[in-house]
Design a protein around this ligand. Structure first.
Ligand code: HEC
Length: 137
């Protein structure tokens, strides 16, 4: 292969990679933004606009809503599957007494169908991942 052809090939593959990355990034941003909107609408009343558990409805609950900016244990990756399961709520057996948080899986499925319910819960989890408190080592 001559040099010019190699250069063109490298250029084209770099361009392609850039495009794929840009697309992936805008998808990512899309989920987080969608999750943020869902969060403000459905979750902030209890968990607070900032996710720290101080929403206006928190005082009327027996269990204080947990701080959602601290779901990621130090030095570990964000537990996205656990978080999605908790939000969905249909397979979760509460440790003590009954759960106070609504079962969002059932609510979103009734309103939007199975597939959109899944993507809503995924978006919510990605939003929560984005608001995790950064811990200094
Ligand atoms: C009615 C108040 C209320 C609303 C609304 C609510 N939550 Fe909760 N949430 C709670 C409470 C209380 C708990 C603690 C478990 C329990 O008692 O149900 C909890 C627990 C959680 C947990 C588990 C945290 C952990 O440490 O494992 C997650 C994640 C969560 N909520 C996310 C959400 C999301 C996302 C929404 C919106 C779709 C939402 N919550 C809406 C009250 C609420």
């Amino acid at each position: 292969m001559n040099r010019r052809r190699t250069a063109i090939l490298i250029m084209m593959s770099t361009l392609g990679l850039g495009l794929v990355t840009a697309l992936a990034l805008s998808q990512e941003g899309g989920f987080i933004e969608k999750g943020r909107r869902l969060y403000v609408r459905h979750c902030a009343a209890c968990h607070g606009v900032d996710g720290k558990g101080n929403g206006p409805a928190a005082v009327s609950l027996k269990t204080p809503p947990p701080d959602l900016t601290r779901l990621q244990p130090e030095g570990e990756t964000f537990p996205i599957y656990r978080v999605m399961n908790v939000i969905e709520g249909e397979k979760v057996v509460p440790a003590h007494g009954s759960r106070e948080m609504p079962i969002w899986g059932t609510i979103f499925r009734r309103a939007r169908g199975e597939a959109l319910m899944r993507s809503d819960i995924y978006a919510l989890a990605r939003y929560l991942e984005a608001i995790q408190a950064k811990r200094s080592p």
